[in-house]
Design a protein around this ligand. Structure first.
Ligand SMILES: [Zn+2]
Length: 339
């Protein structure tokens, strides 16, 4: 086996208890054999496949019962991460194979992508602490794994239990320690002011209420803590990233789902924001930025594109015009030191 490129952090799974709070009433929760129970409102949150499930609402793509039975059909015992992802797609005919290949490649690239996002957050907010990181909407844990390089304690949260089950195996294979929790980004099951940093890669466009997600992420940050979101632009000049259709963002919201089904045979629930919407949402708490990339970050084959973009980004008129149709935006801020 190749040497593990990641530093093994010291996280102890029992540490999770210290972070948790009831997502409904913020009361403290206690772990039983098969669930966490809120001491205040007595709500019970099941532990499923070893993952605490604090969701108040299911993933819009699948009901909780259907998801659990699907995970059971994966027969997770003894399967590697790659085996699990393959098994998952083999029982998910509603996603076409052409998109599987693309989704799998993007899962593969997620550790590198995550490392890039975390490094940008670090250079932008060098004074924020480095002890605790929350990966919001962690999926199969790419950025979570990257986070263990520099953070002592890394927790990944996602609404999709099935991706977390796969992510758990991936974390195990990576030889690092990180904890995964199933939750809605709009109702994070954590106590306030617990994390030094929070990052979210392509999550803002998948939550039911992005304003609530914004407020929740800021709530769980310590004063002086930093957050960094990457989000896809509705009006990107490139094809929509989930369905790979040009000009998809120009369609009215109410026909997107039908068009995605007709042309890609795939369900579509994302709600990509425009630059204007992001400004309305985030100007009061942070900054909406045009994307920027470090040397080699987009791969050697795209280095000339990256350099050209670096030049263009500095031109005011280009920023204004091209700025409306870039594929993604970075949105970031710091929780004020004392509020
Ligand atoms: Zn409660």
């Amino acid at each position: 086996m190749a040497a593990d490129p990641y530093r093994t952090n010291s996280m102890d799974p029992s540490l999770l208890q210290k972070f948790l709070a009831c997502p409904v009433c913020a009361g403290s929760v206690e772990q039983n054999a098969s669930s966490y129970r809120c001491a205040n409102c007595a709500r019970d949150y099941p532990i499923r496949f070893g993952i605490p499930d604090f969701r108040l609402a299911p993933d819009p793509y699948i009901s909780i019962a259907d998801e659990v039975s699907k995970i059971e059909r994966l027969n997770i015992e003894g399967k590697s991460f790659v085996d699990l992802v393959r098994a998952y797609y083999s029982i998910t005919p509603e996603n076409p194979p052409a998109l599987h290949t693309r989704y799998m490649a993007s899962m593969d690239a997620a550790i590198g992508r995550g490392a890039g996002i975390l490094s940008k957050m670090r250079s932008r907010f060098p004074l924020s602490g480095q002890e605790t990181l929350l990966d919001v909407g962690c999926g199969t844990g790419g950025m979570t794994i990257a986070g263990t390089r520099t953070f002592e304690t890394v927790i990944g949260a996602d609404v999709a239990l099935r991706w977390l089950v796969m992510g758990k195996q991936r974390i195990r294979e990576s030889g690092v320690n990180a904890i995964l929790v199933c939750a809605n980004a709009e109702h994070l099951p954590f106590r306030s002011e617990m994390f030094d940093c929070a990052a979210a890669d392509a999550v803002v466009e998948h939550v039911a209420d992005s304003r609530l997600m914004r407020d929740e992420v800021i709530r769980i940050l310590k004063p002086g803590g930093a957050w960094f979101f990457v989000t896809n632009n509705r009006y990107s000049i490139l094809p929509e990233p989930h369905v790979r259709i040009w000009g998809f963002g120009l369609l009215p919201r109410n026909v997107m789902e039908r068009v995605a089904w007709k042309f890609r045979k795939t369900p579509y629930k994302a709600r990509l924001h425009s630059r204007k919407q992001l400004h309305a949402l985030f100007d009061s708490v942070g900054e909406v930025m045009l994307p920027y990339y470090e040397t080699g970050e987009l791969g050697p084959q795209n280095e000339s594109i990256r350099l050209a973009w670096e030049k263009l980004r500095g031109v005011a008129l280009i920023r204004r015009l091209a700025g409306a149709v870039v594929p993604q935006y970075f949105v970031a801020g710091m929780r004020s030191a004392r509020s």
